[in-house]
Design a protein around this ligand. Structure first.
Ligand code: AMP
Ligand code: ZN
Length: 135
């Protein structure tokens, strides 16, 4: 999807309103319109790209300090930082965004399925060698 058609690019430009929490030359942050909990916010690079791997390092570097500011400002003691990539991974908006989601109790905030697989050390080691060789 082009930047011109992107809802988050329109929010950055001010063409669509948002509850803006923070802005600098590389980063924009605003309240999520359908929050999972009080204070649920999104931190996005101004650079348009769908997935984490589409965003230059210089832009990514600026994201986490802003997520930290927002976590502090929300007053949340417990929270998740989440960044989804691709439809099967629950990404709906194709402009990279980091969710900051306060977790005040068991029912509000992010619910996570965590289907841990059985440990196979031989397979794990082979995978480790494969991935390490590409880094
Ligand atoms: P994801 O599933 O990771 O793509 O999450 C997209 C998020 O964007 C959802 O939590 C939506 O509630 C949020 N969202 C979509 N449109 C807007 C909007 N106009 N303003 C604020 N948040 C939005
Ligand atoms: Zn965009």
């Amino acid at each position: 999807m082009s930047a011109a058609a992107c809802i988050f690019c329109k929010i950055i430009k001010g063409d669509i309103p948002s509850f803006k929490l923070f802005e600098n030359d590389k980063v924009f942050a605003f309240l999520d319109i359908q929050p999972l909990s009080r204070g649920h916010a999104l931190v996005i690079p101004k650079f348009h790209g769908a997935k984490l791997t589409d965003i230059p390092d210089d832009d990514l570097r600026e994201i986490l300090p802003v997520a930290k500011k927002i976590a502090v400002a929300s007053g949340a003691e417990n929270y998740n930082v989440l960044q989804n990539n691709g439809r099967p991974a629950h990404q709906v908006v194709d402009h990279v965004h980091f969710h900051v989601i306060p977790k005040p109790n068991e029912t509000e905030g992010l619910g996570i399925g965590w289907p841990a697989q059985a440990t196979d050390m031989d397979k794990l080691k082979a995978l480790y060698e494969e991935i390490k060789a590409k880094i």
